[in-house]
Design a protein around this ligand. Sequence first.
Ligand SMILES: Nc1ncnc2c1ncn2[C@@H]1O[C@H](COP(=O)(O)OP(=O)(O)OP(=O)(O)O)[C@@H](O)[C@H]1O
Ligand SMILES: [Mg+2]
Length: 444
Amino acid sequence: MLSWSNSIRGRLSRWLAIQTLVSVGLICTAVYLAISSNFATRQTELLAEKQRAIQHLATESASKNSAESLQHQLLDFFHGHPELSLVLQTSNVTKTFGKRPPNAKASMFRQHTFMLPEYGLSTGPIQAQLSMDITSDLRFLRRLALALFICAILGAALASLGAAWLVRRALTPIDALSSQVAKLSPERLGERLEAKDPAAEISPLITQFNALFERIEGAYAQMEEFNANLAHELRTPLATLIGETELALSSKRYERSLEEMLASNLEDFHRMERVISDILLLARADGGTRIKTEPTNSIAITIREVMDYHEAQAEEADVKLLLVGDASAMISRTLFQRAVSNLLSNAIRHADMLSDVLIVVETTGEEVQIAVCNLGTPVAQEHLVRCFERFVRLPAGRVSSDQDHFGLGLAIVAAIARMHGGKTFARSVDRLVTMGFTVARPIH
Ligand SMILES: Nc1ncnc2c1ncn2[C@@H]1O[C@H](COP(=O)(O)OP(=O)(O)OP(=O)(O)O)[C@@H](O)[C@H]1O
Ligand SMILES: [Mg+2]
């Protein structure tokens, strides 16, 4: 089950909600501050204007020295302005004009204090405190703040829901693809992912997945073929062994023929052992087993040992073994000799009688090349590209494919080349057949 907190939808929704809340919050705060500062300026200006009017009245009254006239005028003045009030204070008298609630908080008023000239009422300076009730402005600002706050929260919620919906829509093809992948199984390896009008970001994913499935299908088919071949190769000697043993048990046999049977069985056991050890070597190469290589100054010496080993086979086939060139390389001696031996054994088997089998060692750039050439029946191009695969037996020329050869020799050469950081090659020009492999050169 997809967790909301971990999903792209959840993350994007949360992130957009926070981002909208912050940005809309900032805008709302700026709007609120601008409006409240505008209110404050307007209130200050109004108070200053009223202050000037009161001072004017007081100056006029002072010139006439008429306290009654000032009081009268002030009463008139405050009659039309219920939000304003004025407190006049001298050393002995306090007079209030306009209404001011008895327990009103100071924060609900904006006040200006100033001095008025003396007039009939007083003997000293008069301190005037003009107050303006700003409760309605404060109420308006409170409502505005609440409205802006709700807008910011609603905006964030809407952005978050919108993002969740959009991501859900955008990810629908991925859900469809994942259910397609879930349906794939070894029996349905031929199926490929499909999406109707996929987004540009998803198309490469589908292509890559389909390419991967293609490779898996190929590898699976190869593995199945390999298993079938392996079963076939082991079944033949086993059937012989079982048949012979059953016959031996059912009939009275002389010691000598039992000996012959055991000797023939031993051959079959050896044959099976060879297949199994060849397959083990290939499996190890496939598993990426690291081999121990050692610097070898003259691989010609290592190759000569293999040539000596095949001397008898060469004599029997009436061919001469020759070696040209030398090089130094980092090799695992036993594996390298095994690869050369497999190539040499093939070349001797397929060489024309009284011809030469030539081994050429060459250094080319970053690698050392070992080529084994023989004159014999040409190998067709389509067979050349397949000959390094496992259990491959090419249509033989003069050589009849016998049960001692399983078609693993060149596959082992390829595995050994890979283990040495090299590759294989095969050419057939007229009657000259060349097969070989390369190994990486030592890094100095
Ligand atoms: N020099 C060559 N000329 C012609 N055909 C060759 C040559 N070398 C190999 N081949 C053919 O390539 C195929 C694969 O060779 P590979 O060595 O893998 O198998 P094999 O020799 O049949 O069996 P194994 O090596 O397991 O005993 C065989 O059919 C073989 O006949
Ligand atoms: Mg071979």
